[in-house]
Design a protein around this ligand. Structure first.
Ligand SMILES: [Zn+2]
Ligand SMILES: [Zn+2]
Length: 397
């Protein structure tokens, strides 16, 4: 492994920053303290800072030489609304909030890179270090884009990184094309007519209608969608009724749809609506169809992915880079950035959890688990990757 020496010497400081952020988790668009810490550090290191894009977002601008070329490196800062089971010293001090996705580590790794880049300036052009709010469902990346991120700070490509538990520390994973799914949610309300359960002939039974719809929806992925374009349709809640002897007025079906492409998402949404409306009509019921598209699929660009692979291989060796990692049906806000700019998003192995201090919560070290903790060993590795990526992208010509 070829870590950058001055960054390894900065490891203790980065760990201190990471653990401080971990101890003070803040939810989407509430990252006041976290963005203060980020802005303070960047300013202390002589890096010009812009605040307020995406409410609490921070952009640091590191310029060198005269090239108009520019690269964006992005980290996320928000925590999750869940309790932490860990009891070690840097465990959450804010009840019901936790850095269970490692965004504390992402922020610290990018700070480490910014520190090095500002000190050594071995590149020609501009590096934008982007600290975004609200990755966990709040569309913070989209908000920063809407606030003019790419117009005010034109960049040729943008890169993202997420820690990946289960993958060994010291390894990277990436794949060109779709790597994470679109996430979408639906709530479909079947409106019937209630009655005494002993007089079903006086009702339009929304429960039976909802069950028929739920069953039929399961044919969309298996019969309508192209099997080469994977998709998930999960009904996660069915609500109806309040008594054993009452047929209720309505029933609701709630759940999520995940896809790796927009055409298959269009198809699923259309077929869900058709099946719901026509099935309801067949039973004399009506439906209210609500379908919300949250994050689009995350699609890595081929050229930038090949470039990132080369950089990762230079740092950890070809054996430790899985360049065709299995995509995941999880979703990621960075997808919005990749809709606007070419770029690439990679996984950095977080290990199996053996890195955790005593006092961890005994549960698995998985993302969104109350016993999770970011692996501090990654701090110099992630920072080294960022620096090498920026230096290679902005190589003096
Ligand atoms: Zn997460
Ligand atoms: Zn995350």
């Amino acid at each position: 492994m070829k870590l950058i020496d001055p960054i390894t010497k900065f490891h203790a400081e980065l760990q201190k920053i990471r653990r401080d952020i971990h101890a003070h988790p803040e939810l989407s668009y509430e990252e006041q303290r976290t963005s203060d810490v980020v802005a303070q550090k960047l300013t202390e290191w002589g890096i010009p800072v812009v605040r307020g894009l995406g409410v609490t977002g921070v952009v640091g601008i590191i310029k060198n030489g005269s090239s108009p070329r520019a690269i964006g490196l992005r980290a996320d800062m928000d925590a999750l609304p869940m309790p932490e089971l860990n009891t070690f010293q840097h465990a959450s001090r804010h009840a019901g909030k936790m850095h269970a996705c490692g965004h504390d580590g992402h922020t610290a790794m990018l700070l480490g890179a910014a520190h090095h880049l500002s000190q050594y300036r071995d590149f020609d052009g501009t590096v934008y270090v982007i600290f975004q709010p609200a990755e966990e469902g709040g569309r913070g990346a989209e908000r920063m884009i809407r606030d003019g991120l790419f117009e005010k700070y034109p960049m040729d490509a943008v890169f993202g990184m997420h820690n990946w538990p289960g993958m060994k520390a010291g390894q990277f994973g990436v794949t060109p094309g779709p790597m994470m799914a679109s996430s979408n949610e639906f709530e479909v309300i079947v409106k019937g007519k209630g009655s005494h359960a002993a007089q079903p002939h006086k009702s339009i039974d929304p429960v039976m209608t909802a069950v028929q719809i739920a069953q039929s929806w399961q044919t969309i992925v298996s019969r309508n969608a192209n099997p080469n374009d994977p998709a998930v349709l999960s009904i996660t809640q069915i609500h109806a009724g309040s008594a054993t002897n009452v047929i209720p007025d309505d029933a609701s079906l709630i759940g999520t749809v995940r896809t790796f492409s927009t055409p298959v998402l269009d198809l699923i949404e259309r077929r869900m609506r058709e099946i719901a409306e026509h099935t309801a009509a067949a039973f004399d019921a009506e439906v209210e169809f609500n379908f919300t598209r949250n994050y689009p699929p995350l699609i890595n660009h081929a050229k930038e992915t090949a470039f990132a692979v080369e950089v990762m291989q230079g740092v950890v060796g070809a054996d430790n880079v899985d360049a065709t990692v299995e995509p995941t049906m999880g979703a990621e806000d960075f997808a919005f950035m990749l809709q606007h700019k070419p770029g690439c998003y990679v996984f950095i192995g977080n290990g199996e959890g053996g890195h955790r201090d005593s006092g961890h919560g005994l549960g698995p070290c998985n993302l969104h688990n109350p016993s999770y903790d970011f692996n501090d060993d990654l701090l110099p590795l992630g920072a080294t990757y960022w620096v090498r990526l920026a230096e290679a992208f902005l190589k003096p010509r």
